[in-house]
Structures are given as structure tokens and as C-alpha cells.
Design a protein around this ligand. Sequence first.
Ligand code: AMP
Ligand code: GLY
Length: 429
Amino acid sequence: MNVLVVGSGGREHAIVWKLRQSPHVRKIFCAPGNAGIADVAELVPLKVTDLEGLLRFTNEHEVDLTVVGPEQPLVEGIVDFFEEHGLKIFGPRKSAAMLEGSKAFAKDFMARHGIPTARYRTFTKDQRFEAERFIHELAPPIVVKVDGLAAGKGVLICDTKEAALTALTDVMVYKTFGRAGEKVVIEEYLVGEEASVFALTDGERFVTLSPAQDHKRILDGDAGKNTGGMGAYAPAPVVTPALLRRIEQEIILPTLHGLKQEGTPYTGCLYCGLMLTDTGPKVIEYNCRFGDPEAQVVIPLIESDFARLLLSVAEGHLDPAGVRLHAASAVCVVMASRGYPDEYETGKVIHGLDSFTLEDGVVVFHAGTKREGNALLTSGGRVLGVTAIGYAHNLEETIRNAYTAVHRIAFDGAYYRSDIGQKALRRSK
Ligand code: AMP
Ligand code: GLY
């Protein structure tokens, strides 16, 4: 089959790389892709939100399956649009993608279906005074979230009531997030360790992939600003098999049942961002797609044919019992541009990438790279996802392999965290 992958980051590189291993896949196209993806797929210069252009491309190039990486086109309805034209596509329809598209929708949905999450209330911009009163009822830290998509920046964790009131004014009065901030969710702060659990589902059946942990903050020890994610590992030992069963029973099943019951069944990858609290797992957020950089560690651990797996989801005949995962561990260290997540420079030459093969147990997924002549240049905040896969299931060794590879790669201003995976090691000691 021919496959079109929509997106341009490390997650999409991991998707394309895994699809390439399938004997059932002939051509892979990626729109718009990046310099690393260009080695394994044909790049298509179309934006991820150019739904008409993407539809035309799939028709002209006999694409059998489209796989959508990022949330924006899903929330804008790419799946509905393609299905109306009789095309197969991996991802949820617009109505189910609302779980990520609107935090207020997601919270109200969880409340309707008894899915554990932080205590909250939602407010429109006309309810500013009620919102202020609710802030006074909560004990800090207080979490203020803008309702709509905000490229991962719409969550404000406020250490004091005053800070929460200021955040509220910024969003509601000064409209710092534009229309995404027309509604606001205010919620209690959850304490615990975070984990990301992905379920592949065709709306009826589901299978969970290896639980992962992201590292969202820019500095070692989970300090500093929030980023898109500075590294990940899987499987995360904090999610024991028993805890994973509990997450399936208390969160994933009721989510999928609830959506189906409301007439908006979910297909694709359901991302549950969880806080593992003293009183059990709670949902911090849903996403309607694979996480980035979690995809870079979760997807390599899938043993089954990835193309057939994604197609079975899109066609509605997923066989969960047939899905095999490697008994292995994977670690991804993100190399970013100096300055990220604030302003950063691009156009730096990247050295040292030629020396890796999968035999070394390392694969480098590109996030923000471009080619100019023979040179490979940085072109984004997150540049590379250096990923080690350790089939011996020894996380410590896998972490070491990832960093050995990182140390062989260089570009001006390269920044990475040096403690990816340490949390898991501390747990297992
Ligand atoms: P999100 O953009 O929803 O992924 O949120 C970004 C980060 O904010 C999460 O990964 C958590 O670390 C943190 N966060 C969001 N909501 C809460 C909460 N209710 N309690 C504690 N931390 C939270
Ligand atoms: N790694 C967080 C996300 O993909 O949203």
C-alpha cells in the first residue's frame, strides 16, 4: 500500500521510520516532512492544514492510508473530510478530537462519565467574577488553562491566588491567548508522577502501547519553563502492569464508551496524560494523537506490522490480541537549539549524524532540520530526537547508549537535558 503521513516533527519521523519496516508498504509520502524524513519518504510541500491540497494529493497518488501526526488538522476535521470522500485515514473525527481541541469539553465529558480528573470549573469571559470567586475557594497552587489549542503553552500553574488572578486577567481581559482563551478552565493542582498512556482504538476495541514518561521542563530535575518535551522513555516502570489494567478500566474504557454513547466514537490514538496520585490515576489532559517525543520511544517498541495495525484501526477491525510489543526499552533525548523554548537561532550546521545504524541500537529522529546543498541545518527549536532501543530491556544501558550517541552529534548551541530516564532508574533501585 501507499501511505501519506501528515506532519513534520520527530513524531512523524518515527511513524514513517516504522512504516518503512512493513513489507506491505510501497510508497510513503510525508507532508511537509523534514530533512530526516526525506531519507525514508517522498516529501510533499503541503501544509498540514491544507485539507483540500492533501485530499487532491491522495487521489492523484493512489494513497491507500493517510496517517495524521499533529492535532491541528484533526481538530479542523481532516478525518471527516477524507472519509466523506471515501478515503482511509488514521485519526479521530472532529467531534472526538474535541477531547484535545477544547479543555472545557474534555473536563465536562470526564465529569459526565465519572472519569477521575482534577476538581475544576469552566468559565466564559463574561464570568470573570465567578472565576475569581472560585480561585479564592481553592488552595494554591492553582491551575489556569485556556480552553483551545495553544501549542502546549495554555497551562498556567500559579503558586499563589494573586498569580492565578493575574493569569485570569491576562487571558480574559488582555486576551494573551486570543480566541483559545475565550473559555477558561480553573482546576486544583494534582501531586504525583506523570505518565503518558496511548491507546490505539477502532471505536470498539483498543490496545494500550508501552506506557511512557515525557520530560516537559527545559532544565534537569524538571525545573524551568515548559517545552514541547525534552525527552522520553518507555516502558515507564512507574506504570506497573497492575496499574496499567487499572488505567484501562477506570480511564480508557469509560472514555471510549462515553464517546460512543454520545454518538462520537473515537478512532486512532487516544493519548491519556495522567497524574499518578495517591488516590489513583487521574487524567491531566487528553490528546487526540501520538505524543511527541513519546512516539519516538513507544512506536519503536511495537513489534507488529505497523502499517497493518494502523490500517486495521482506520478500517474498524483492530485485533488487540494480535498486537505484539517488544520486550525492550527505548530512550529518546531531544537536542534543541540554544534559547528554546523562547527565541532561538536556526541555520546551524549539524555534524556527526552519519555514523549511526540501527545495529548500534540508535536511531536519530529529526524534528527541526532542513537540507541546504550537502549540509544538514537546524530549522526548529527541537532539532533531533536521539533514540536508543535496548532489546536487553536494561534501561540503564539504553540511557547510556542514547547519551553516547548524543555526545557524537554537534551543532552550535546544541542543548539537551542530561537526566532523561533518571526518574525510572531511581525507582528501580
Ligand atoms: P498540558 O498542556 O495539559 O499537557 O499541561 C502541561 C503540564 O502542566 C502537564 O504536563 C502537567 O505537568 C501540568 N499540569 C496540568 N494540569 C495540572 C494539574 N491539574 N495539576 C498539576 N499539574 C498540572
Ligand atoms: N509530549 C506532549 C505532547 O505531545 O503533547
